[in-house]
Design a protein around this ligand. Structure first.
Ligand SMILES: NC(=O)c1ccc[n+]([C@@H]2O[C@H](COP(=O)([O-])OP(=O)(O)OC[C@H]3O[C@@H](n4cnc5c(N)ncnc54)[C@H](O)[C@@H]3O)[C@@H](O)[C@H]2O)c1
Length: 272
C-alpha cells in the first residue's frame, strides 16, 4: 500500500508506548512511506523499553522528553534538527493522561492538583511543543502538526471525566497556533478525533468496553482501527492536504454524525 508519500520528510512522533499505541502505528506507516523521524516519550515510559524495538525497526533516533517540561522540549527540537539534518516537516502529538481518571475520581470529586496535571500533560503540552518549536524555527515551511483528540470535547461522556476538558483545550490550542503558524510559515495544525481504540490510555477509562461497543453500533463504518488512524495522520502530514488547517477532523466511522442506528434502537424496542 505504501507509495512513498512522505519521502524526504523529517518528523517527530510522540507517544509510542507499546504496539497498541496509535503513535506506534503512525511511526510504522511513516517509515513505510519514506519519512525519517525522531521518536519521543516521557522518560518514565522509556523504562518499559519497548520503544527501542520500534526505533530499530524504523531507523529512528529516540529523544526522551517529558511534554510538561519546557527544557525537555527545547532539547527535543534542537536534538531532532541535529539528528535529522534540519527543521521538521511533521509533528505528532499523541499524549494523554489523567490522574483523576486513572484513580477513579469522578467529575464531581476531582483532585485539583491532578486536574492541573491532566490539562498540562494532555493539552498544554501541545502549546509547549509548538512554542518550543516556534522559538527555535524548528518547523519547515508547510509543516503539518497533528494532535489526537476525542469527541468528549464536544459531547458529554460521563466517565471520560476531566479528560473531556483537556481535549476541548487541546482543540482550541490547535486552532490558536494554527492561525499564527499558518500566517507565518504556512504550517498546518489539526486535531484528529479518533474512535475509541484499545490502547493503554483507552483501557484506563472506566467502562471502556461499553464506550467501545456503543460507538461500534453507532458508526455506519464501525470503529476506526488504530492503523487507519495512522494512515489518516500520514495523509495530513503529506503535501496532499496543504490547505487543511485549524480543523478538528473526525476519524470515527461516522459516529459523530449519526443520531441512532437500528442496532442501538433494538435494545430499547419492547416486543409485542
Ligand atoms: N485510545 C482511545 O480510545 C483514544 C481515542 C481518541 C483519542 N485518543 C488519544 O490518542 C492519544 C494517544 O493515546 P493512545 O490511545 O495511543 O494510548 P497510549 O497510552 O499508547 O499513549 C499515550 C502516550 O502518552 C504518553 N505520555 C503520558 N504522559 C506524558 C508526558 N508527561 N510526556 C510525554 N508523553 C507522555 C505515554 O507515555 C503514552 O505513550 C492520546 O491523546 C489519547 O487521548 C485515544
Amino acid at each position: 500500500m505504501a507509495t512513498g508519500i512522505l519521502k524526504g520528510k523529517r518528523g517527530i512522533i510522540s507517544g509510542a508506548l507499546n504496539e497498541q499505541s496509535i503513535a506506534w502505528k503512525v511511526a510504522e506507516e511513516a517509515h513505510a512511506e519514506g519519512a525519517t523521524f525522531v521518536l519521543t516519550n516521557a522518560p518514565v515510559a522509556m523504562r518499559m523499553g519497548e520503544i527501542n524495538g520500534l526505533a530499530e525497526a524504523t531507523g529512528a533516533s529516540i529523544i526522551p522528553a517529558d511534554a510538561t517540561k519546557d527544557e525537555d522540549l527545547d532539547a527535543l527540537f534542537t536534538g531532532a534538527a541535529e539528528k535529522l539534518g534540519g527543521p521538521v516537516d511533521f509533528v505528532l502529538h499523541s499524549i494523554g493522561m489523567s490522574p483523576n481518571v486513572r484513580k477513579g475520581r469522578s467529575y464531581d470529586d476531582l483532585n485539583y492538583e491532578w486536574y492541573k496535571q491532566t490539562l498540562d500533560v494532555s493539552a498544554m503540552s501541545l502549546h509547549r511543543m509548538l512554542q518550543a518549536a516556534h522559538k527555535r524555527n524548528a518547523l519547515n515551511e508547510g509543516a503539518s502538526v497533528v494532535a489526537l483528540s476525542y469527541i468528549a470535547a464536544q459531547r458529554v461522556f460521563p466517565d471520560y471525566g476531566d479528560m473531556a476538558d483537556a481535549k476541548a483545550l487541546l482543540e482550541s490550542i490547535a486552532r490558536s497556533w494554527g492561525y499564527r503558524l499558518g500566517k507565518e510559515n504556512k504550517v498546518r495544525v489539526n486535531t484528529v478525533s479518533q474512535s475509541p481504540t484499545i490502547t493503554t490510555a483507552g483501557a484506563g477509562i472506566k467502562g471502556f468496553d461499553g464506550f467501545f461497543g456503543f460507538a461500534q453500533e453507532m458508526s455506519p463504518l464501525g470503529n476506526a482501527p488504530a492503523i487507519d488512524c495512522a494512515r489518516f495522520c500520514i495523509a495530513l502530514f503529506s503535501d496532499l492536504t496543504r490547505f487543511v488547517t485549524m480543523q478538528n477532523l473526525y476519524h470515527d466511522g461516522g459516529f459523530s454524525s449519526t443520531g441512532v442506528t437500528p442496532e442501538v434502537m433494538a435494545k430499547f424496542v419492547q416486543e409485542g
